[in-house]
Design a protein around this ligand. Structure first.
Ligand code: F6R
Length: 364
């Protein structure tokens, strides 16, 4: 049942290229995105004044990454909220707000309650869900399914990746319908998204290097993931993967924020993982890594091929294929999933069923 893999998590990590391809295939044909199946018409898309994305855990991390893509491509202001906070905050919503909820299970109590709150307030709701027929899928006005298939491992991997891709397609379509993109650019972006599965496969083919590095760092006490923009959002997910299955304390920090307090935790040998896949932010994040290094940190860098100068700063480097800045997060997260997995295995832990956690959180 684990398809020759030792754990469901590794099986599911390897299913990502196919899961993403299927998910893209369900929404794209002939270089065009089709939302007519979910009856989200162009008039509605044109009228959206702002978007609020609501989710928990890794699904919230998808929201965090996608806000950059939505705002840059479509120009629609986006707010990303934890479902457990949104509900009690008395959020300001207007009739042209679109609330997007993201959930693998479709049963997360706080996310479901947030969806109900939005509906009660008369706001349009769109759900990105993996489980067909789940409560969230049944109750949202519009539903986009991730075709990840059943996810058994408590730590999400393939559902997260499929959710991310759905947000890209949604952002692209919103941008196109609202006249923010030329036909040619729209098609080029779609082609770029269609490259994601093969690029992920390339990263998976090189997983032994990550395994080797994981064995070196498996006894870390603390790990810090730093980056800016989408790189920061990917760090949030990398950090959660690490802590939930390896039980190593880790934090994701917006790289520029470190020096406002957290850098005092860096001591001799502390592992700092810098995510440097956003070209325009590279120099800024590198300088934060140098600051950590001068306080004794041991540095791992994650960057696109071609950025070889990173080896002058980082002690260990993992490269991912080059890709458009909006979508490269889908590649950057893969080595971090692998790292969390291999550290957990090296520590002899129950990878698929980490302590204190349940696959679906149906209590508030
Ligand atoms: C982490 C993880 C959780 C879920 C969160 C939301 O690996 O899986 O953080 O992302 O509990 O669950 P869903 O997506 O089912 O609403």
């Amino acid at each position: 049942e684990r398809g020759g893999f030792e754990h469901f998590m590794m099986k599911e990590i390897h299913e990502q290229p196919t899961a993403i391809k299927n998910t893209i295939g369900s929404l794209v044909s002939d270089k065009a995105i089709d939302l007519s199946k979910i009856e989200l018409d162009d008039e509605t898309i044109k009228n959206i004044s702002n978007i609020t994305i609501v989710a928990c855990g890794s699904a919230w991390h998808v929201g965090m990454a996608s806000q950059y893509v939505f705002e840059e491509l479509s120009g629609i202001p986006v707010r990303v909220e934890l479902a457990s906070e949104f509900r009690y905050r008395g959020p300001i919503l207007d009739k042209n707000t679109l609330v997007i909820v993201i959930s693998q299970s479709g049963e997360t109590a706080d996310t479901l309650a947030a969806l109900r709150e939005a509906k009660e307030r008369g706001v349009k709701t769109l759900a990105i869900v993996n489980v067909v027929g789940s409560s969230i899928a049944r109750e949202a006005d519009y539903v986009l399914y991730t075709l990840a298939g059943p996810e058994i491992s408590v730590a999400t991997t393939k559902a997260y990746s499929c959710q991310l891709v759905v947000t890209y397609l949604l952002a692209l379509q919103f941008a196109f319908v609202r006249g923010k993109l030329e036909q040619k650019d729209y098609e080029n972006y779609i082609s770029e998204i269609e490259r994601i599965p093969e690029c992920i496969q390339k990263i998976l083919d090189d997983k032994e290097r990550i395994q080797w590095f994981a064995s070196k760092i498996a006894n870390s006490k603390d790990i810090f993931f730093i980056g800016r923009g989408i790189d920061y959002a990917i760090g949030l997910e990398g950090s959660l993967k690490m802590k939930e299955i390896s039980y190593i304390h880790s934090e994701a920090y917006a790289a520029g924020e470190l020096k406002h307090g957290t850098i005092s935790l860096i001591e001799d040998g502390t592992l700092v993982i810098g995510i440097l896949c956003q070209d325009n932010l590279y120099e800024k994040t590198i300088s934060n890594m140098v600051e950590c290094k001068s306080r004794g940190a041991f540095l791992m860098g994650l960057a696109p091929y071609g950025r070889y100068e990173i080896e002058d700063t980082a002690d260990f480097v993992t490269y991912v294929p080059k890709m458009d800045k909006h979508f490269i997060g889908s590649l950057a997260v893969i080595p971090l999933q692998l790292l969390g997995y291999y550290v957990s295995v090296a520590r002899g832990l129950d990878v698929d069923k980490p302590r204190n956690l349940a696959k679906s959180v149906t209590v508030e």
